[in-house]
Design a protein around this ligand. Sequence first.
Ligand SMILES: NC(=O)c1ccc[n+]([C@@H]2O[C@H](COP(=O)([O-])OP(=O)(O)OC[C@H]3O[C@@H](n4cnc5c(N)ncnc54)[C@H](O)[C@@H]3O)[C@@H](O)[C@H]2O)c1
Length: 438
Amino acid sequence: MNSKQNIKKPEGKLGILTPGIGAVSTTFMAGVITVRKGLGQPIGSVSQMGKIRLGKRTENRNPTVKDFVPLASLDDMVFGGWDIFSENAYEAAMKAGVLEKDLLNAIKNDLSQIKPMPAVFNHDFVKNIEGENIKKEPTKMDEAKALMADIKKFKTENNCDRIVMVWCASTEVYTEETDVHQSIEAFEKALEENHPSIAPSMIYAYAAIKSGVAFANGAPNLTVDTPALIELANQLNVPIAGKDFKTGQTLMKTILGPGLKTRLLGIDGWFSTNILGNRDGKVLDDADSFKTKEVSKLSVLDSILEPDLYPELYKEMYHKVRINYYPPKGDDKESWDNIDIFGWLGYKMQIKVNFLCKDSILAAPVVLDLALFMDLAQRADMKGIQEWLSFYFKSPQTKRGLKPIHDIFLQKIKFENTLRHLMGETLINHLGLDYYEE
Ligand SMILES: NC(=O)c1ccc[n+]([C@@H]2O[C@H](COP(=O)([O-])OP(=O)(O)OC[C@H]3O[C@@H](n4cnc5c(N)ncnc54)[C@H](O)[C@@H]3O)[C@@H](O)[C@H]2O)c1
């Protein structure tokens, strides 16, 4: 048995700030408000509905996750955020068109009070949208300071005990690390000098960490995955996590991939295509933003299939991912996967998956769980990269030099064992021998 970790109680209000008040964040906020009023259920949220086995199977101890670990209650959540458009969360949710109008009208009062603060935005990083609710500070360092002032004001005005930030804004163009990302000194100098390699998402992450606010990145942008910001998070004892919410087609890939690999079925090719018509789709229609997403989506299969260990099965696999903007679909994304597999003696077979999904419906519970578990990490003094939350990400952020784990089932074991460890319960690897296990 582990010893139980010292975790501060989740007393008082938890503020959840999202850069981006768009489809995902409003579906999340509206969902929590709806659940609070008893008008819906938090389906897909592991924190709210998941059960966790404790001890031996014969003990029959399976509490709900939220009753096992000390998480903030949904009633104690307060929402806020930033966007380049000044519409409040009700108007933004109506425009996003994910949730039904009747539902949004039933919670209009609560949603209308969530008004986006002016954003830190730079057109070089997100090309296909234009907004008016944007800060006009002279330098990137001034923008960071303005965000820190926003966080402080929000916390005081809403009487919050703690704050977490979850990036729900548009995907930025593909950026690689440069010298300015290598140390916090270089990063801060670059902020002062308005260096072009510092993206808005990095400024939000910097402001969050400097304010002692845990930061989770729901998009594939580099953002907090740089030596400079990792160093700062470790120095200031702040949890960070990323990248890119695991939903839709990649979620299916990390469910199917491990299944095929487990039975040692070979794969010749995996072609994935998507059409979607929301603002996210419009941003991803820009080749540079798509490149960021593509890199995040492509990394998944290699890590699951380990072609270097199984060259006969996966070395020659052709993996292609396409995303096409198609306005009539709105938030109802449609994806097709064509998987060419082979079995015994090389005989060929095919799997076709046509997933008609609602992206934001899949993402909303992920935002909720990340906000709650990042707050838990903060109260448990777990600083730096929270790899145990890989379960929620397409492109999990890991310690430098470590390969991420993409297999959703391995991720779930790591996630649950971290919770058991925090609460002083025995870790379970599901590998006990039947003869001996009780
Ligand atoms: N929906 C999913 O399943 C899913 C899965 C993985 C990742 N994501 C990512 O989550 C993010 C949000 O997705 P969405 O569908 O809500 O998109 P969306 O376009 O509806 O919302 C994003 C919002 O961010 C705003 N924005 C852009 N740059 C900003 C900035 N610098 N500061 C503040 N606001 C800014 C936009 O104006 C927009 O309102 C995207 O990056 C998307 O790629 C979504």
